[in-house]
Design a protein around this ligand. Sequence first.
Ligand SMILES: [Zn+2]
Length: 497
Amino acid sequence: MLRLILINKPYYLDSMFHAESLNANRLYLEKTREADNTFQKDKSEYELLLNQVKHLLSVRMNGSMKKLISSAQIRIINKGKADAFVSGRTIYFDIALLDLLLRFSKEFSVAEVKSDIYHIPEFKLMYAVALNSNKTLETLLKYETLTYSEEQQSYLWKNEVIGQEVIFNQLLGFILAHEISHMALHHEQTIQQEFPSEESRTIQNPVWNRRRREMELDADRMAAHMCLNSLIEPAQLLPWLDLTEVRRRYYGKSDEYPTSSQRIFAINQVEEMIYKDKWTGNLNALKPLPAHMNIFEGDYYAYLEEFRRVRTLRQQIVMYIDKKIAPLIYENYSPDQVATSFIKLAEGQKDIFRGAENQKTIEELQEMISSSVEASAYDPRQIKSLLQSAGIGKNGLDLLGDLLNNDQTDRELFQQYLMYLKNPVIQYYDAITYDYLLANSIARWLPEIFSTLQQQLPENEVRAKNLKPFQLDRLIRNLFPTFEQRLYVLKAWDGKY
Ligand SMILES: [Zn+2]
């Protein structure tokens, strides 16, 4: 056996990232290390993390498995490939993969705190673009909802770091468990035995493809077992699997590797089996990337642009609402009044992005405004009556009326809104969600107003209702148990799930 391995060039069992070590040049991410220092840890820090996770994975294992895990060596290499693989008794992690994971978990934790569903797709797209062309990951647009004080900044930073640790540790735990599973299941030897010639290990060989997929899914199942046995939650993998699915679709579907949905299904099965009677939680969270998101066959730059536009618009709306409700807050209006105004403004925006029923009337209005040089040359009453006959929701009408009475900037906004009334943009309408508005509003710093706002929302606004207000003395997330605490829990466990 050993002889065979020595003679043949070893086939590196991939990580779960279909890194395809045989032709890995395609995924070369050479600049990852230089791209942005803030997303990197030292090699020794990564080593410590990996070895801690490795230890946690072994604690509740039986004798032989425990031995196997402890004897497995972890080596961090720096070849610029976002890759992890097994060879013999060693698991190799490229530092580029670890950097990327860290960066991903960071973006993800920010998006979570900000309740921003557009943040993640944008990051995924940038990730695919980075892999394809310039090899660097840009930093996403900053949130500019209001000017935070230094205290507020550091509070948010603290919460991000907690989230980052949770996500990073769990992702890393699963990846490591997956690689250990390849080892425990003797996949390297299986390959040498069943496919002795290198020529047979190709995607042109359907038998090879089928066996490789099976092996990957077997490793996933075993890894899910190991993780659940070690207080690592495989459901945390979802966003990462989604991201790698984007990458997979971008590079073309390789038959050699299972799809994310297949992997999620396999992990789900394990979780269902284990938690059959006790748990009904997390399972529904495991949903694969929808089939319609086959975006990379088209123009991804256009999609990237699209996500950015929507994100920018959402930020503008938050800032607009904040600007309107801030005076009410400082003038000591009651929380009820502030909340009512907030919702009215949001509904007004929705009315506008929904579009007018009678678009001809809007066209008339646009012509009338563009033909008059001075604002004073047209009659606001005439505009209002035209607006009324255009079929716009009440809140939208009020919002437009309000803009008409104000300054020049508001009038420019007014004209912009007319455009949307004439040509509704459904993505913008969809983008105005209460979870996002509440998550990023100035109101989130004011617990009393925030909870009143949540109470006034419709019942189905579950995400928005579940948000926690920012309170400097209270963290948004619970602290995750430390390595020592987890170790203690694992050791004290009764031997059952
Ligand atoms: Zn694998």
